[in-house]
Design a protein around this ligand. Structure first.
Ligand SMILES: [Ca+2]
Ligand SMILES: [Ca+2]
Ligand SMILES: [Ca+2]
Ligand SMILES: [Ca+2]
Length: 388
């Protein structure tokens, strides 16, 4: 200061602070909005991008470090070591220095847990939180949300425990076993993250479903509940109702398949023994005999009807009957008369037919027509018996 003598001295407000407001800012966001990682990947790098919006001249850069963290904002996956673990703080650091292009990228390393849960693909929604800002110059911007899809590498197959089974018609309920086999990769408890349900289906066979010979179980036929399956396998029974009718029908088969109702993502498929044949053993029988043990016919009768009687021994409920035609022939087992047109002729095949249908009383009769032939012995017409 060049004074005027010593006449001027400092006084009043003797200090002044000038604040220079920075006009250079930056935004931090995700490089991409989505990414996908296999459960076994170990570490999934989530890219972040810093974009510097610089005004003026000179080197573009950061005057101090910028740090930020990942945050969980949603999704079906569980963090904290269950399905994934967020990186420690800070997740990303953009170091102080020159950023000539005005942008920089840093990866946030998310740890993926390779469990042994059959769970389907899951999602983790991430956001960003600035930890160490540069003044207030950096804000979140651009792509501020990232969805990571974790693809499950644990699967399971569902099949029948055995390919065949046999049930007596009177059994009531036949349990058809199904087996779930878990194919897991990784470490930790083997299990299902949610219920798996499946139905039985009819794929063929001679038996009729929907209450005629059997009834499929209601939906779902089997449920493998969410939880631990330490051995990697489990069985559940599908309860097929067998109808104890009163039809003489013979053994019948029901060809059964499986249909998954409630899957776990798409992780469970049909596999192993995928078809099961259930044989239903008929407990209804019948006996066939002659109505009487003897009969007599005049040789001139022409046709002698030999009565046969069918007796049905039915167990169960419902209409007594035959499921299909029963036919039989007469045979010659002896006697003094000669068949094949000499003394008599047996009826053509079939001699008797008991038609399929209802036999409410449990019995039925049919005649077998035996044809007689006249011949003269010693000048007299003689009588011959039809021995059949
Ligand atoms: Ca796994
Ligand atoms: Ca898994
Ligand atoms: Ca029966
Ligand atoms: Ca029957």
């Amino acid at each position: 200061m060049q004074n005027i003598g010593t006449q001027v001295s400092l006084g009043g407000t003797t200090a002044h602070t000038l604040t220079i407001t920075d006009n250079d800012t930056a935004t931090l966001g995700f490089t991409l909005g989505t990414s996908t990682a296999l459960e076994s990947v170990g570490t999934q790098n989530i890219g972040t991008t810093l974009t510097i919006n610089a005004i003026g001249t000179g080197t573009i850069g950061l005057a101090s470090n910028l740090t930020a963290n990942l945050t969980t904002t949603g999704g079906t996956a569980t963090g904290s070591g269950t399905d994934y673990t967020l990186p420690a703080s800070p997740a990303v650091t953009f170091l102080a220095g020159t950023y000539a292009t005005g942008t920089g990228t840093q990866n946030a390393a998310v740890t993926i847990v390779d469990d042994r849960q059959v769970e389907g693909s899951e999602t983790a929604q991430f956001g960003l939180a600035i930890v160490g800002n540069i003044g207030t110059q950096v804000s979140l911007g651009g792509t501020t949300s990232h969805t990571l899809t974790i693809t499950d590498n644990d699967t399971a197959t569902l099949g029948f425990t055995t390919g065949t089974s046999t049930a007596l018609e009177s059994v009531g309920t036949q349990n058809v076993g199904t087996t779930l086999t878990l194919n897991t990769i990784g470490t930790g408890t083997i299990g299902l993250a949610s219920n798996l349900t499946a139905n039985l289906t009819t794929t063929g066979g001679t038996a009729t479903g929907s209450g005629t010979d059997y009834t499929l179980p209601g939906s779902p036929a089997v449920t493998f509940a969410a939880g631990t399956y330490a051995t990697g396998t489990a069985t559940q029974n599908a309860a097929v109702t067998v109808i104890d009718d009163r039809l003489v029908e013979g053994d019948e088969t029901a060809a059964l398949g499986l249909a998954i109702v409630g899957n776990i993502g798409t992780q469970v498929s049909l596999g192993g023994t995928t078809a099961h044949t259930l044989t239903i053993t008929d407990n209804d029988t019948a006996t066939l005999g002659f109505t009487t043990g003897t009969s007599s016919a005049l040789e001139s009768a022409g046709t002698q009807n030999i009565g046969t009687t069918l007796t049905i021994n039915a167990i169960g409920t419902g209409t007594i009957g035959l499921a299909s035609n029963l036919t039989t022939n007469l045979t010659t087992t002896g006697g003094t008369a000669t068949g094949s047109g000499t003394d008599y002729s047996l009826p053509s095949s079939p001699a008797v037919t008991f038609l399929a249908g209802t036999y409410a009383t449990g019995t039925g009769t049919q005649n077998a027509a035996c044809h007689h032939h006249q011949r003269f012995v010693g000048g007299r017409l003689t009588r011959r018996r039809c021995w059949v």
